[in-house]
Design a protein. Structure first.
Length: 318
């Protein structure tokens, strides 16, 4: 029969074993805290824009459809473009889209536009970007939904460190995505000036979700929703998927899905679109040597580089 001392030793050993197993279980399943995951996402986007995506140009195939209330196709359009990022003098990043083909018809001056834009004095660059924003928006299908928010990398600006004081974030769940247990991070623009605006300069707050790897901060998917309110009836929903590009060694946007509708008008037309990205190659916008051009989809209102979402008519950016 075991002694009291033996029992105490056995109980102590059992307690230590249980504690050790519990610690191992916690360590094995432990993940980043919310604050840590967000810090990593902020850091990732900064490096991603400054050192990775800013050195790349891609080919975009952009198919748009105009649908009536019954979902029947009224019109279609396919754009072929070169896509890249450009840094303005205020150090903000904007996307450039050089449309070189519309429904099989070549667009004039391909190659000359980007070179001309980058050849201007630095202080005039912003004005050129604004002009290209208006030109690029003219290729979009659906006059009811004048827009320059149709950019795959636009939502990343909500994760920039400088945006933290204006954006509310919260963890909305977890999902398996591309072999990773991604955290779904919901966001909402809580303070102005917002990144999107009407042509009159009124704020259009955004909300949406990011799917991020909490351990690295890598963005796997983004979803952004604009409008759909009494003040801004037109609604834009833009979802972008990122995937690893082996030739570059980092993730790039490979697909952008869009829907533009008006939930307050049941008879309103709807625009849907799918953009896919391929042929990623290195490009130095400070010293352009490739043909390709650029049509920026951003414009400056006040002190913030903003994009536009408006209804019902297409008005030029100011």
């Amino acid at each position: 029969m075991p002694s009291a001392r033996t029992n105490r030793v056995s109980q102590a050993a059992l307690t230590l074993t249980v504690l050790a197993l519990a610690s191992a279980s916690l360590a094995g399943g432990q993940t980043a805290t919310f604050a840590e995951a967000m810090r990593r996402a902020h850091r990732y986007v900064t490096l991603y824009e400054d050192h990775e995506l800013s050195t790349v140009i891609a080919r975009e195939r952009y198919h748009q459809q105009l649908l009536d209330r019954d979902g029947q196709t009224k019109a279609e359009r396919t754009l072929l473009s070169d896509y890249l990022l450009l840094q303005l003098p205020n150090e903000d990043w904007v996307a450039l889209r050089d449309v070189y083909d519309v429904d099989g018809t070549a667009v004039a001056d391909r190659g000359a536009r980007l070179k001309a834009l980058l050849a201007v004095p630095r202080e005039q660059l912003e004005r050129g970007v604004m002009k290209m924003a208006r030109e690029s928006a003219g290729f979009n299908l659906g006059e009811l939904y004048y827009r320059t928010v149709n950019l795959p990398t636009f939502a990343l600006r909500f994760l920039r460190p400088a945006s933290r004081n204006r954006i509310e974030f919260q963890k909305a769940g977890e999902e398996a995505l591309d072999g990773t247990t991604a955290w779904v991070i919901a966001f909402k623009e809580a303070k102005g000036p917002t990144f999107s605006a009407t042509p009159d300069g009124d704020d259009v707050p955004a909300e949406g979700r990011f799917w991020i790897d909490p351990e690295s901060g890598v963005v796997l998917r983004s979803e952004m929703i604009l409008g759909g309110t009494r003040r801004v009836p037109a609604r834009a929903t833009i979802t972008v998927t990122y995937a690893l590009e082996p030739s570059l060694g980092f993730r790039v946007p490979i697909e952008m899905r869009e829907r533009y509708d008006n939930p307050r008008r049941k008879n309103a037309d709807v625009v849907t679109a799918l953009a896919t990205y391929s042929d990623f190659r290195r490009f130095d916008w400070r010293n352009p040597v490739l043909p390709g051009g650029g049509s920026a989809d951003a414009t400056r209102v006040g002190a913030t580089t903003r994009t536009l979402l408006s209804v019902p008519r297409a008005q030029p950016a100011r």
